[in-house]
Every structure is written in structure tokens, then in C-alpha cells.
Design a protein around this ligand. Structure first.
Ligand code: F6R
Length: 607
């Protein structure tokens, strides 16, 4: 997730507005920043790694000449946060400048083709293929509009782009597929931005571009066209009534809720991983004598779930370990044959890095899954995957958890294929379901939101909750409980359901709410027995069960129905979503701020 802001004015300098616009998009990315302006047919570009204000001051953004320009604040996905990788990117002739938010899936093949055709690339980004593709079309004689359309038709993946042509200082060209882009108009000019907050100081009259659309902005107006055939789209502007605070959260009252609702998109991004990196990680995992999945907090829960995936799909035993316990527990056996797969959203968690450093010193192979390119974890890993969820502002991890799970599921499937442990049919079937996960989560959000809010109202004053699941759902239970605990402060327990009779059941008395995860699958039969045990002791039974599971529904005081046909191994992704919402709504109903839970920090970089 990156931020784009562009403007074309009737008079005055564009750059100071771009600087301010980017500042309001800083939450979308902040590892590097850049601006391109056009003046007298000449492109001016200034960019570097660093925070917006610091780079803007150092490179005097506000003094850049020209009434037209585009800017970008970056959250690295391909290539480290460096000056060279910062946007805007240009073609060989330096006459086309592009800023981009999204992930181009086929950039490697496009880059190869363009390099063979003589184009010179300077960055490691996927974005750089775009100006070169456009240049190629200009060389064939196309005008900017046609060159843009032909170039973006070749892109696979997600993109919101804004483009300047030195030959056409009267226009900004934009296009979108899956990444957001808004255009706006005022008396003074026209604007494009990734998000509403950047627009608000200049205009409240905006139009959203839809997938497969391009827009051409001039100082006095705009035109929207379809990328497929260049035909015109009539879309009037609408007036935005949101306050700035509302706009930063896209109308959501809190970042946590916004991020919960971003999950269909962050999951789509997580499906766009480069297959070569997945293969590389899978090959290292396959070679290891012992595999440790090391992480803290929510990321540890992703590791726990992943250990079931690796075992069931790839027949590979892995050891999920809480990072702060790793050295004490396994340190003495770590050696050259050990593989440590460290999972960390921030890539900066002290305990995780300490475990990794320890293992590295003993010549173990370090692999990483993170959301942060350029983080310490990416620097110390032999190979790593970036999950591409964009920045997460809410302290409680939500969208980054489900994306971690989807990355790890893909990794497990690659490994299964590599090791030949399950049949081609099973692989194909699982792969198909993986691809459906973003839509399934969308459906869960649509179907369960109001039901979860009702349950939050009903149970908001409880003093204790139990979360129980079997198999991989025990990881879902732990994560659901962590969300509730960290933002509502309600004491709660989570256990593998089979373990509950070995102790936890002693705290169950009349009306204690007990949340059961009951996806269809191998554990479904046994979970019914666990429900009965709790029911017999007067617990209030709340279940997440598959649509049409009458047996579980009948045993429940309250239930949330989940879509049919979700494989148990993927169930933590959709099943955790109602639990995230439950925690969120209970926190709000208890008058707490879910974005800022007490005593917690987003990234724990201290011992
Ligand atoms: C919980 C949460 C924390 C983090 C943990 C690890 O909602 O956010 O438990 O999961 O601090 O952080 P990363 O993944 O950055 O290593």
C-alpha cells in the first residue's frame, strides 16, 4: 500500500500541494517519497528514502517548478526502500514519469522482454516496467492517451497509477485496477489521490475510478475512459461530507475496523506473491533437519496454524515456538541443519530478532515472512517473503494475521507439491480454495457483521470468556482470545478443546460464555463432545459453525453461520474475522479505544 497525490492547477506551483497531500497519506506508507513536476516541457524529479517532511525539506520539494505534478509515498513491496527504488520512475528518455500503488504480477516477464528490446532499468521495483511500456508505445507513434491504455492493458495485478508526459504538460493520466484512486475537481484545478484525506483541503467534489478505468485530468476538468476500449464513462462528481478524521479512516470510526474490512484486499495482495520466492523458501524448508517457526503474539498464532498446514499438506513436522522462549528451549540443538522461519509483521520485534540472531550465529538458515521490506528481518534472512498487507495502524493485528496465514498456506502447498506428498487432485482442489479465500472473507464480513454486533451488545459486560477449538482451530481460538484480551481487557482463556477437561473446565460455571470454533472437517465430530461437556456445566455456548450445521446450532445459545465448503486447514482465515469484530465491538461498547489499547505498542523492539 502506497499513497499517490497529483494535481494540475490553473496557476501556482503544484509541488507544495503535493507535499501536503502526501503528508495526509503518510499512513499508507512512509519509507520513501518522491515528486515529479512538469515545467516548460521538462520533467523535474526529486525523491529519496526517508520520512516525507524530512525528504521534502532536504530536497526543497516546495520549490519545484510547474503547475502540474504527481507525488508518491512508498511502502516497499518490491525492492528495498532506497532512493533508486523510490517513485516516480521514468523511461529511458526521462520523458514519462509514473507513480504507482499496487503490485504488478507479471513484471518479471515484462522486464525481461523490455530489457531484450534495449530498455535500461535502474530500480528493483515492479513499477519501473510501466514507464518503459509506455515509452515503447510512444516510439511506435501512439499519443499519450493511447500509449497509456496499451501499456496498462499488458499489466497483470493491482495498480493505481498517475503519469506525466513531458510532451503533454496540460494533462495528468491515471489508471486503476484494484488499488484505489480518486479524482477531484475545484475552481483551481484537478487532483488525483489514493484516498480522500489528501483531497479534502482542496476539494470535496470527487469521483472514484473503478477497476479497468483510466482518467485524464486537465486544470479545468476530467475525462474517465474504459481501459479495454477507450470508450467514455459518464461519472458525475459526488460531494464528500466526511470530517478529516473520518476520511483518514475512510469513514470508519477506528483504524482497527477499517483494517478488518481491508482484509479481502490484503488477502488478494497476499495471493500475488512471487512464486520464485515461495519456491526458494519451500526448498530451504525441505532441506532442513529441524524446522522452527518463530514469532511473537499474533504472528506466533499464525505459526501455530502453519504447523498444521505443513504437517497435513507437506507431511513436514515443524516446531512453532514463542520467540522469547526459543533460545532457552531449543538453543542448544541449533546448528547448520536447522531452519528458522521467523514470522514478524514489523520485522523488528526484539524477541524474534534475538532468536534469529542466535540461530544465525550457529549457522542455521534464516527465512522470513514479514510485512516490512527493509526491516531488520529482511536484512538477516537468507530468503524472505513480503506479505504485502500495507501499513497496519491499529495496535491489534488483524489484516496482517490473515495475510500471514495465506502466505504460509501457499508455502505449505508449494512444499507439498515439491515433496510429492499429496495427489495432484488434492493440490488443485486446495489451490482453488486458496484463491477463493478473499471472496469468502468478503462474504463473512457482509453476512456476520450485524450479528456480531448484536452478540457484542449481549455479552459486553461478561467477566470471563473461554475460546475453544480443535486442531488448527485451536490457533484461531488463541488469536480470537488475544484480540478480546488486548483491546477489551476482559480476562479470557483459550485452549485446544480436548485439553479443557484437564483443568480449564474448573472455572466454568453457570452462564460463562464459551466460544467454540466448529468448522467442518476432521475435528468436527470431537468438538460436539467438548460443547456437551461445557453445556452440562451451564456454560453459554456461542459457536462459529458451517451454514446448515443443525447439530451444532441446536447445541448453541448463539451461533454465527459461516460459508460452506471452507477446508479446515484454511478455516482460521475466515473464522477469525467474526472474532476480530466481536473484540472490536465489545471494546467500543465498553467505551474503550480499540486503536490504542493500554500498555501495548505496535512494534515491541525492547527486551
Ligand atoms: C497482537 C499484536 C502483537 C504482535 C506481536 C508481534 O494483536 O499485534 O501480539 O503480533 O507483537 O509483532 P510482529 O508480528 O511485528 O513481530
Amino acid at each position: 500500500m502506497c499513497g499517490i497525490f497529483g494535481c494540475i492547477l490553473r496557476r501556482g506551483l503544484a509541488a507544495p500541494l503535493i507535499h501536503k497531500g502526501l503528508k495526509r497519506l503518510e499512513y499508507r506508507g512512509y519509507d520513501s517519497v518522491g515528486v515529479a513536476t512538469l515545467d516548460g516541457g521538462v520533467l523535474h524529479i526529486r525523491k529519496d528514502a526517508g520520512k516525507i517532511d524530512e525528504v521534502a525539506e532536504r530536497l526543497s520539494f516546495d520549490e519545484m517548478p510547474g503547475a502540474v505534478g504527481v507525488g508518491h509515498t512508498r511502502w516497499a513491496t518490491h525492492g528495498a526502500p532506497t532512493m533508486v527504488n523510490a517513485h516516480p520512475h521514468v523511461d529511458c528518455g526521462g520523458v514519462v514519469a509514473v507513480v504507482h500503488n499496487g503490485v504488478i504480477e507479471n513484471f518479471q516477464e515484462l522486464r525481461r522482454e523490455l530489457e531484450e528490446g534495449g530498455h535500461r532499468f535502474v530500480s528493483k521495483t515492479d513499477t519501473e516496467v510501466i514507464p518503459h511500456l509506455i515509452e515503447e508505445e510512444l516510439k511506435k507513434g501512439a499519443q499519450p492517451r493511447e500509449a497509456l491504455l496499451r501499456a496498462v492493458r499488458r499489466l497483470r495485478g493491482s495498480y493505481a497509477i498517475a503519469v506525466l508526459f513531458a510532451s503533454d504538460p496540460e494533462h495528468i493520466y491515471c489508471a486503476r485496477n484494484e488499488s484505489p484512486l480518486i479524482i477531484g475537481l475545484s475552481e483551481d484545478g484537478a487532483y488525483c489521490a489514493s484516498d480522500i484525506p489528501a483531497m479534502l483541503p482542496y476539494t470535496r467534489m470527487v469521483a472514484w475510478l473503478r477497476n479497468g478505468e483510466a482518467a485524464i485530468l486537465s486544470a479545468g476538468g476530467y475525462e474517465i475512459i474504459r481501459i479495454s476500449d477507450g470508450s467514455r464513462v459518464d461519472r458525475p462528481l459526488t460531494e464528500i461530507s466526511w470530517s478529516l478524521k473520518m476520511a483518514e479512516r475512510q469513514g470508519y470510526p477506528h483504524f482497527m475496523l477499517k483494517e478488518i474490512y481491508e482484509q479481502p484486499q490484503s488477502l488478494r495482495n497476499a495471493l500475488r506473491l512471487q512464486k520464485t520466492y515461495l519456491d526458494l523458501l519451500a526448498a530451504f524448508l525441505d532441506r532442513g533437519r529441524e524446522i522452527f517457526l518463530v514469532a511473537a503474539g499474533t504472528s506466533y498464532h499464525a505459526c501455530l496454524a502453519a504447523s498444521y498446514m505443513f504437517s497435513k499438506l507437506a507431511r513436514l513436522t515443524t516446531y512453532p515456538v514463542i520467540a522469547s522462549e526459543f533460545i532457552e528451549r531449543y538453543g542448544s540443538s541449533i546448528g547448520i541443519d536447522s531452519v528458522i522461519l521467523a514470522v514478524s509483521q514489523s520485522g523488528e520485534t526484539y524477541d524474534t530478532l534475538k532468536a534469529v540472531e542466535y540461530a544465525r550465529m550457529r549457522a542455521a538458515t534464516i527465512l522470513g515472512v514479514t510485512n516490512t521490506v527493509g526491516s531488520t528481518l529482511t536484512r538477516v534472512s537468507r530468503a524472505y517473503i513480503v506479505q504485502q498487507s500495507g501499513p497496519e495502524i491499529g495496535v491489534a493485528a488483524t489484516k496482517t494475521f490473515t495475510a500471514q496465514l495465506l502466505v504460509l498456506a501457499q508455502l505449505a502447498l508449494r512444499l507439498a507439491r515439491m515433496r510429492g506428498k499429496i495427489s495432484q487432485d488434492e493440490i488443485d482442489e486446495f489451490q482453488e480454495k486458496l484463491l477463493e479465500i478473499p471472496s469468502i472473507v468478503e462474504e463473512v464480513l457482509n453476512r456476520s457483521a450485524s450479528r456480531v454486533e448484536e452478540l457484542a451488545e449481549k455479552y459486553k459486560d461478561e467477566k470471563l470468556f473461554l475460546f475453544l477449538g480443535r486442531g488448527i482451530s485451536s490457533a484461531t481460538a488463541l488469536e480470537g482470545r488475544l484480540k478480546l484480551l488486548e483491546i477489551t481487557y476482559i480476562p479470557s482463556l483459550a485452549y485446544p478443546a480436548g485439553e479443557s477437561k484437564h483443568g480449564p473446565i474448573s472455572i466454568v460455571e453457570e452462564d460463562v460464555p464459551c466460544i467454540f470454533l466448529c468448522p467442518r472437517g476432521e475435528t468436527r465430530r470431537d468438538i460436539v463432545g467438548s460443547i456437551m461437556e461445557m453445556k452440562a456445566r451451564g456454560a453459554k455456548i456461542i459457536t462459529l459453525c458451517e451454514e446448515g450445521d443443525e447439530e451444532v446450532k441446536e447445541l448453541s445459545d448463539d451461533y454465527i453461520e459461516m460459508p460452506k465448503g471452507i477446508p479446515e486447514l484454511l478455516s482460521p482465515i475466515p473464522y477469525v474475522v467474526p472474532l476480530q469484530l466481536l473484540a472490536y465491538h465489545i471494546a467500543v461498547k465498553r467505551g474503550l479505544d480499540p486503536d490504542k489499547p493500554r500498555n501495548l505498542a505496535k512494534s515491541v523492539t525492547v527486551p
